[in-house]
Design a protein around this ligand. Structure first.
Ligand SMILES: [Zn+2]
Length: 450
């Protein structure tokens, strides 16, 4: 990748952290200061829910080469501190996949483990970026345990980031996602794993997590509502723009909750406001994995509302996909500032990708580029193939392909990868019958005995 022409390292040696952002409500326009005692996750005004967006004093993209990971763009993160020794995405111009698809400006934004390319994310997922930013947002002296709900990848990323930053956390994951729970690094004893068993899916884990977060000693991390999460992930677009010297014309990503895509859109708006990287909006191309495609179906029907899906069917469908991390029954699609607004603003497109298409796309990437992909990233590559076949993107357009995860085969070959054992297991019926307190007692008892 040639050096960026338009971006220079920051004029200040260190980013100015603290008081460098406010949180704006897209619905009522109110601007709020972040809170010191906990995380402000929603607008206190009396109106339907919205996603608070960080507004930064610094209007220009500033690069801090001395900082690592997401903190390279610290001026555009809602944080109170930076963390060292973390990893960021790697951007390079594709030769192999690009020539197979007839594209001349294909940028691969790779988050994962691929040492030959300089990608060193040991959890093999771009969720590391959101975990870094969320940990950076936690105020000093924070005493409660952060409750993080996940379908797998997010839990892996928070396990690593919270362990390194010394932040207590409880990760809540559906049992069928346990195969995704592994670690190549150490785990702090203050980071605990709760598994929701039975027929539980991601939505159940979210529900269990929100019940736990309401009890003393726990705080909700907030998921998509946490602006740090979104701006951490949005650094993939900043990295692509830094490398290309321009905002990409097209952006491809697979979506489960859509939070990463909302983040990409928000980052592109900041870059437009900067003014040095072009004036055209970046078009979102987002993909879901058949048969679990509620957002793709709603968007194609021109609807802000998600289709009503019978719960039993949603559970069945969520287990029939190749990429289970892409199944969220309650994604921030309709909410103000959510995915519908993002797609509407940029004239975006959504794709429905079969398991077979994803598998073939993953194989093509591995053959042409040389690294194995996470199933969700395979879905994104398959969407790019569909877009090329449909003639939706020009051969010379600047295309950013967000490879949200990859390199698991590599890290398994080079490092000791351990399966994670849960600290507590319950099912939703059990939780309702016994109550949250009883489940937490069990967790604390284990803490005492271990
Ligand atoms: Zn508001």
């Amino acid at each position: 990748m040639e050096a960026a022409t338009k971006v220079q390292a920051g004029d200040e040696a260190r980013p100015r952290i603290g008081g460098h952002y406010t949180l704006r409500c897209p619905l009522c326009g109110a601007q709020h200061e972040d809170r010191a005692e906990d995380l402000l996750l929603s607008c206190p005004e009396d109106h339907p829910p919205s996603l608070l967006r960080a507004v930064y004093r610094q209007k220009r993209l500033v690069i801090h080469p001395e900082l690592s990971g997401a903190f390279r763009y610290a001026d555009w993160l809602p944080i109170r501190r930076t963390l060292s020794g973390v990893s960021g995405p790697v951007v390079y111009r594709s030769a192999g996949l690009a020539s197979a698809l007839g594209l001349s400006n294909l940028l691969i934004v790779f988050s994962g483990f691929w040492p030959e390319r300089g990608a060193l994310m040991e959890t093999c997922t771009f969720k590391e970026l959101e975990a870094q930013a969320v940990c950076g947002r936690i105020p000093a002296g924070w005493s409660s345990s952060l409750v993080v709900c996940s379908a797998g990848n997010t839990a892996r990323a928070f396990l690593q980031a919270c362990s390194r930053a010394g932040i207590a956390a409880l990760l809540v994951v559906p049992e069928h996602c346990l195969p995704l729970l592994w670690s190549a690094g150490g785990r702090s004893p203050f980071v605990r794993l709760a598994v929701v068993g039975g027929e539980a899916d991601y939505a159940d884990a979210i529900q269990a997590g929100s019940l736990i977060a309401q009890t003393d000693g726990f705080s909700a991390e907030g998921g998509a509502r946490n602006a740090a999460r979104r701006d951490g992930m949005g650094t993939t677009v900043l990295a692509a723009t830094e490398a290309a010297g321009a905002i990409p014309d097209h952006y491809f990503q697979a979506v489960g909750s859509g939070t990463g895509a909302i983040a990409a859109w928000e980052a592109s708006l900041r870059l437009l406001e900067d003014g040095r990287f072009g004036e055209r909006k970046m078009k979102l191309h987002l993909a879901q994995n058949i048969p679990f495609t509620p957002m793709a179906d709603a968007w194609r029907a021109g609807s802000r509302r998600l289709p009503e899906i019978h719960e039993a069917k949603a559970r069945r469908d969520s287990k029939a996909v190749r990429a289970p991390v892409l199944t969220n029954r309650a994604p921030p699609y309709s909410v103000a500032g959510g995915l519908y607004d993002a797609l509407s603003d940029c004239g975006g497109l959504m794709y429905r990708i079969s398991n077979k298409e994803a598998e073939r796309a993953g194989q093509l990437f591995e053959d042409r580029e040389g690294c194995d992909l996470d199933p969700a990233a395979e879905v994104a590559v398959a969407a790019l193939i569909q877009a090329v076949e449909a003639g939706s993107i020009g051969a010379r357009s600047v295309v950013a392909l967000n490879i949200t995860g990859g390199g698991r085969k590599r890290i398994e070959a080079t490092a000791r990868v351990e399966r994670l054992e849960p600290d507590v297991r319950f099912d939703m019926e059990d939780l309702r019958a016994r109550g949250v307190a009883a489940v937490l007692r069990e967790l604390r008892q284990r803490e005492v005995s271990s």
